[in-house]
Design a protein around this ligand. Structure first.
Ligand code: MHO
Length: 249
């Protein structure tokens, strides 16, 4: 029985409980208070959010690569890099599968995101990642302005030096339109894990898409959180199970 569906109070309580459990580890965890609480107005004016978009293979995985990083507030998968209007998963034309990352510039910067980008895929594979072969899986750094283009170019040169004779295929492009993908592709890894979904109160799709905690747990579900964070969340979840929270009975 899905308790949280039947009882909104319990659902809310459960959500707050999980939020405080995860947040309880304090600053070390750096999980921001989730958007669910946005029912209460909050001032975001002092939060300088910036946006970055990368293509590095299947967007299910790309979203999970970035979702757990300290400072990443929100992730969204989508299509960019091509010219087709209104692309869809089954007809994305010349676009690539991408992840859009909204981040708090006080906690993480484009340079760090670039590092994660390079270390999270094989930029030398031509139009594909592992078994996923095709134009839609190509490697791209999207930029927004000259400073980002410069940082991207410098980081690509560095990568090329490291790769010796194998050619780094990554393209650097000015971001045109980013088309968000269909809901079933958002937080895909998290959606494969009904237990985790239930732990955050079976959020409705729009909230799931915006939630920082969902982005973190999406990454956790794919085992792509930095090791320390992965272990901290493991411990918290084990605690919840041990306490026999009613949802588990
Ligand atoms: N290898 C993946 C690709 C999915 S993707 C979002 C699969 O399971 O089909 O393109």
């Amino acid at each position: 029985m899905k308790l949280s569906e039947n009882n909104p109070f319990l659902s809310h309580l459960l959500f707050v409980f999980l939020a405080s459990i995860i947040l309880g580890a304090g600053r070390a965890l750096s999980i921001r208070f989730p958007d669910r609480i946005a029912e209460f107005p909050k001032d975001k004016s002092n939060q300088p959010l910036k946006t970055a978009v990368f293509a590095l293979g299947s967007f299910w995985r790309s979203e999970a690569v970035f979702g757990c990083l300290d400072g990443v507030v929100r992730t969204t998968v989508g299509y960019a890099g091509g010219s087709k209007m209104s692309p869809e998963y089954r007809s994305l034309g010349d676009h690539a599968e991408c992840v859009q990352i909204e981040y708090d510039a006080r906690l993480i910067n484009f340079r760090k995101l670039l590092e994660v980008f390079w270390s999270s895929h094989d930029s030398r594979q031509v139009f594909g990642q592992g078994p996923d072969v095709g134009n839609q899986y190509r490697s791209i750094i999207f930029t927004n302005g000259t400073e980002e283009s410069r940082l991207a170019a410098v980081s690509k040169e560095r990568e090329q030096t490291r790769s010796k004779s194998s050619i780094v295929t990554t393209q650097i492009q000015h971001l045109g339109t980013f088309y968000p993908a269909e809901p079933e592709h958002q937080k895909f890894e998290l959606k494969q894990n009904p237990f985790l979904l239930q732990l955050i109160g079976n959020l409705p799709e729009e909230e799931l898409e915006k939630s920082s905690m969902a982005a973190k747990l999406n990454s956790y579900a794919a085992e792509l959180c930095p090791l320390k964070m992965q272990k901290q969340i493991d411990t918290k979840i084990r605690d919840i199970i041990k306490r026999g929270w009613p949802i588990l009975r």
